[in-house]
Design a protein around this ligand. Structure first.
Ligand code: SF4
Ligand code: SF4
Length: 333
């Protein structure tokens, strides 16, 4: 049986909360997207965590929360946040972790309470550790296997760059052996540290992405994994949609900034802010004005931040339109 990728369209009846509990981390990955200049070095308190979960929970929609950092397991009250989200009625709760699982998280929550999403950027210490740090592969993979044994649903995020694209093909079998159910192949972006001088060396060309990622995703699906990866290049007849206009995504930071588009996070363009546990719309120039612009290249923020993704025909029209970075392809085994 062959599996084909389908585009996961934006769902107006869904609300996704990307909750950055803190910006601190015990690692220092080469492509880290955390920007403390914009988002500070603070950490939400236990009370604020509960109040903001309640603020963003919308009972008439399928509300999903993803706890992020920095490293979210460094927060001593993450387990309380997970339990609060469950009580409120969140449809899905995910923790995106670097694999260190601080504060003994596995002993504080049950396997039905959250999905654990581990970041790994290589199938071995030789590939992963130069990107994520010495000893990270061993710690992350051991904790992943421990969590899988306990019955947690496990997802792995692999951020593809020049440094590890040649090793991506080794991941499907490894993840299947470890009991991983979902494989998210992420593309290196130009946010945070990647936006600095090393960004261009790490970034893939469109040809490298298209030749490598979809075939390996199909291979992973054959191993029984659910595979998700960004669409990046729209097919000629596919409509362009900006998630800022048609979907409900909120990227929340501990300093109270709330973005609707992750590509805007390196700038003070946030559409909303939280003050005294109330959500307030910002006035003046914000990301919302960018969402209304219509250009032949597709995503406006991509054109501003990653113009290297674009190429043009002799008549000046773009060869490919770039999709919203939140549009995903999915293949299920
Ligand atoms: S684990 Fe995440 S937050 Fe920590 S350094 Fe790496 S990319 Fe940054
Ligand atoms: S990535 Fe582009 S298309 Fe998607 S929300 Fe941001 S501006 Fe809109």
């Amino acid at each position: 049986m062959t599996s084909t990728a389908r585009t996961i369209g934006f769902k107006p009846q869904e609300r996704n909360i990307f909750f950055h509990l803190l910006t601190a981390c015990n690692l220092s990955c080469r492509h880290c997207y955390i920007n403390t200049t914009q988002h500070g070095t603070g950490m939400v308190s236990k009370q604020t965590m509960a109040a903001w979960l309640s603020l963003f929970y919308e009972p008439s929609k399928e509300s999903n929360v993803i706890f992020l950092g920095g490293e979210p397991t460094l927060h001593p009250d993450l387990d309380h946040g997970i339990k609060t989200a469950r009580k409120l009625g969140y449809h899905s709760i995910t923790v995106d972790t670097n694999g260190y699982l601080h504060h003994d998280l596995l002993s504080k929550i049950g396997p039905d309470e959250a999905v654990l999403s581990f970041s790994l950027d290589g199938p071995s210490p030789e590939v992963n550790d130069p990107i994520r740090g010495k000893g990270v592969f061993t710690t992350c993979s051991e904790n992943l296997k421990k969590a899988a044994k306990l019955g947690f649903k496990i997802s792995v995020i692999y951020t593809v760059s020049r440094l590890n694209i040649d090793h991506l093909h080794k991941m499907p079998q490894l993840l299947a052996e470890w009991g991983v159910s979902r494989f998210f192949i992420q593309v290196i972006g130009l946010r945070g540290k990647s936006a600095g001088e090393t960004g261009n060396e790490l970034q893939l060309t469109p040809a490298e992405w298209l030749q490598t990622v979809p075939p390996i995703a199909a291979q992973a699906a054959k191993h029984g994994l659910e595979v998700v990866y960004p669409k990046v290049f729209l097919d000629p007849n596919e409509p362009f949609q900006c998630a800022g206009n048609v979907a409900e995504n909120y990227f929340i930071f501990p300093n109270g900034r709330v973005y609707r588009c992750p590509l805007c996070e390196d700038y003070p363009l946030h559409a909303l802010r939280i003050e005294e546990n109330h959500l307030i719309k910002n006035v003046g120039i914000t990301e919302e004005q960018l969402f209304t612009l219509s250009i032949p290249e597709g995503c406006v923020m991509n054109k501003l931040l990653q113009p290297g993704n674009l190429s043009y025909n002799t008549d000046g029209s773009p060869k490919h339109r770039i999709s919203c970075c939140l549009l995903k392809q999915q293949i299920k085994g």
